[in-house]
Design a protein around this ligand. Structure first.
Ligand code: ATP
Length: 636
């Protein structure tokens, strides 16, 4: 049996053409990747894996891609396995005749539940050899797990897991467990998978329809799939199109479409109006109020149905029936379909006033009846991504805005266009910033208007710069951090956690890096709530992908499950904390001084927390500010 590293479509397959792909083939690819650290080799391995599948059993390509991405469906479908370690441990205990206590002990020693599952399964003798697992069997069982609900669902889910574990051999239990935990963590991310998919599709093309102007087809193929995925994040549609129409037609067969949310465009922080003026000197730009609410992408389909998606592509439609009604009422007669990018903000219609985010967060999340709404929201629309069957992403903001203004009626307190100012005058902008803050906004967002002003999904772009009032001449922004550990409280805080260990996320190394400890900014109630919630996330050992110094020893460690917004006085180099280690200093990290909790961010997943690169950028920006300040005071 050849491994996925040695692709040769004529001799490799150890299953017959058309037959289901064995799950072991994917696991062997994972095993090879686990031993590698270079991105090029990892891409090659995934590419070879996918080529084999396309060559022998193309019907399995979609589940293989999904499992390699550790997903079971596109994010907007909201299907999550939601399996905790406890369920896997129970299934393993029952299936393999071990006690849960024994498994937990092994887990503490090995630090990885997948390795425990593998060790246990390999030492277990079976009377009857189970049927080999296939990709489709695993993928379909994952879907069955998601579908189980109501009475006995916990038991049924556990039984599904048990049946998979009992059929798993070789290195399968290891990766099966990690897929269930949603922690594949092999050091390759979605971008690597997308490149590999592009290259695999290219090498599998029978037609030699290479466009003449392309010099490096494999690079171009990778680029195309990445670009297409950023506007249509749906493997189902992309795989289908690759198999039927090939790689070169992908940009025309798979385009941004109403009903599939894209990851929103994001902004970079800055610390003064003059910084923005310098950066945008040559491009026309505009400033808009930065509203303090919840990001939303509103999709209106030709058939009149509406969907609302959160910043991380979760379906939020049931939470906002009033927003559904408002857009349907306020779109002009000429409009048949659209996608708006906007901020939903809590609003007092009697006083015509914006209300803080905290008020919005009291709205219930599910099954809200229009009649029972206690907190009104106003839609502050700032972008239009799609109109009447046409994607507008490639248009400049000036044009997108004209379409936006021409397609909707404003109705105060229901739907308004983001307040904006287009000016080059620093004084005028400063005044506009003060007005934004007086109106309870966080500050301003500066956006390029005529040049370099297309909509860039999922990009934290230089073409959008945010300026927050609180952070002028300071850090520029708050940080979004993940609690990964805690210290028991004493005195008044006895019985709850007294402080939490927080981490940022390093995208390249796929690890959480400690950045500070904080217990400030919590009311007693909040502290109790977070302590209770996190207590159910305790793990016996820090994960192998938590980077922390030995000097910091929290009383408990947590799974990385949530994101907190934290404000700090400044950033300092640290020998104790590990954030951005290796970026600004070869072996020291960065930590926060006087960190303070602002709020929980239900709209962000842990891997979307502030990245190590962002932390390093903030540290450097702060250093430059200080240097400039001391320069100007020297000059005075
Ligand atoms: P933050 O904590 O500042 O919201 P973030 O990581 O959520 O940071 P950023 O790109 O830093 O995202 O800031 C942009 C956010 O500001 C958007 O996600 C959106 O929710 C909000 N926002 C408010 N007003 C606007 C506006 N006029 N244009 C774009 N985004 C806006």
């Amino acid at each position: 049996k050849k491994k996925p590293s040695e692709f040769d479509p004529t001799s490799v397959a150890w299953w017959k053409k058309g037959e289901p792909v064995p799950f072991l083939f994917l696991c062997l690819a994972f095993d090879l990747i686990q031993q590698e650290s270079g991105r090029i080799v990892m891409t090659d391995i995934v590419c070879n894996l996918l080529r084999c599948v396309i060559h022998t059993s193309p019907q399995d390509l979609l589940p293989v891609v999904n499992l390699a991405a550790n997903r079971i469906a596109p994010p907007h479908e909201g299907l999550e396995l939601g399996i905790g370690d406890a369920a896997i441990i129970k299934a393993l205990a029952e299936g393999c005749g071990r006690t849960e206590k024994h498994i937990n002990q092994q887990y503490t020693v090995l630090g990885d539940l997948g390795s425990v599952a593998k060790a246990i399964r390999l030492s277990q003798s079976m009377l009857r050899k189970p049927d080999a697992l296939t990709i489709t069997k695993v993928f379909n069982t994952f879907h069955s797990i998601v579908k189980e609900s109501g009475k006995d669902s916990r038991e049924k889910k556990k039984n599904h897991i048990k049946s998979l574990l009992l059929a798993a051999t070789d290195c399968e239990p290891l990766y099966l467990t990690r897929l269930l935990q949603k922690e594949l963590r092999l050091g390759y991310g979605e971008q690597t998978l997308l490149s590999a998919l592009g290259q695999a599709a290219l090498y599998s093309e029978e037609r030699s329809e290479l466009p003449p102007e392309i010099h490096s087809p494999s690079e171009e193929a990778a680029k195309i799939v990445k670009q297409v995925y950023s506007v249509l994040p749906d493997y189902g549609k992309i795989v289908q199109s690759l198999l039927t129409d090939g790689i070169w037609r992908l940009p025309t067969t798979c385009v941004f479409t109403v009903g599939v949310p894209v990851e929103p465009m994001l902004s970079k922080p800055m610390t003064s109006v003059s910084e923005a003026l310098n950066k945008f000197q040559d491009a026309g730009f505009t400033c808009e109020y930065k509203y303090d609410g919840e990001r939303a992408q509103i999709h209106y389909m030709d058939n009149g149905s509406v969907e609302i998606y959160s910043r991380n592509a979760q379906r939020n439609t049931e939470k906002f029936p009033d927003v559904v009604a408002a857009v349907s009422r306020l779109k002009k007669g000429t409009v048949s379909s659209f996608v708006i990018d906007c901020e939903l903000v809590a609003y007092d219609r009697a006083k015509q006033k914006l209300l803080p985010f905290q008020v919005l967060s009291t709205r219930s999340r599910k099954n809200v009846a229009a009649s029972g709404i206690k907190v009104d929201v106003c839609i502050f629309a700032f972008d239009l991504l799609f109109l009447n069957g046409q994607a507008l992403l490639q248009e400049n903001l000036k044009i997108r805005r004209e379409h936006l203004y021409a397609s909707f009626e404003e109705d105060s307190g229901f739907l308004q266009f983001a307040t904006s100012l287009t000016s080059n005058d620093a004084e005028e902008i400063q005044k506009f910033l003060d007005e934004a803050v007086d109106a309870s906004c966080e500050g301003l967002i500066f956006k390029t208007l005529n040049k370099h002003a297309t909509y860039q999904p999922s990009h934290r772009s230089r073409n959008w710069l945010k300026l927050k009032k609180d952070y002028l001449k300071n850090l520029g922004d708050t940080l979004d951090l993940v609690p990964i550990g805690a210290f028991h409280g004493r005195g008044q805080r006895a019985g709850v956690y007294g402080a939490f260990l927080l981490a940022c996320y390093d995208i390249d190394n796929e690890e959480f890096q400690t950045i500070c400890k904080t217990g400030t900014g919590f009311s007693r109630e909040l502290l109790e709530e977070s302590s209770t919630r996190l207590r159910s996330k305790i793990i016996p050992q820090p994960k192998t992908y938590y980077r922390h110094a030995e000097k910091i020893k929290p009383d408990v460690w947590f799974e990385a499950t949530e994101v907190w917004e934290v404000k700090a006085a400044d950033l300092t180099i640290s020998t104790v904390y590990q954030a951005a280690v290796g970026i600004v200093d070869s072996d020291k990290g960065i930590s926060l001084r006087f960190p303070r909790l602002i709020r929980f961010r239900a709209d962000k997943d842990p891997d979307k927390a502030s990245s190590s690169k962002q932390v390093a950028e903030m540290y450097n920006a702060q250093k430059n500010n200080h240097t400039n300040e001391s320069k100007s005071s020297d000059e005075n």
